[in-house]
Write a new protein. Structure first.
Length: 114
């Protein structure tokens, strides 16, 4: 199983970026998909989690980030609006296939300048 993340880059505070994560398997049967991030000197944190019934967000991104999935394209997205410098991190997509978050993408760097 391969996950290819893309869409990271440099943005100014208040700007937007959209991350994509394309998988090598069908995501139609995947019960849990997530976006994580790890900022400089910080622990990895769960940013958004998509389940079959709901999408949940970390308090720090609620109202600014939107996670979604396109089953036909086997792709998961993270739309990030109103970016802040503290959103600077490497962002990872992950799937729970046969266990809790057992498949991970390679990460994409997001840098937000003030």
């Amino acid at each position: 199983v391969q996950l290819q993340a893309s869409g990271g880059g440099l943005a100014q505070a208040g700007g937007s970026l959209r991350l994509s994560c394309t998988t090598s398997i069908s995501i139609s049967g995947i019960k849990v998909m997530g976006w994580f991030r790890q900022g400089p000197g910080k622990q990895r944190e769960l940013v958004a989690e998509i389940t079959r019934f709901a999408t949940n967000y970390a308090d720090s991104v609620k109202g600014r980030f939107t996670a979604s999935r396109d089953i036909a394209r086997n792709t998961v997205y993270l739309q990030m609006n109103s970016l802040k410098p503290e959103d600077t991190a490497v962002y990872y997509c992950a799937l729970a296939t046969s266990g809790p978050y057992d498949r991970w993408g390679q990460g994409t760097q997001v840098t937000v300048s003030s």
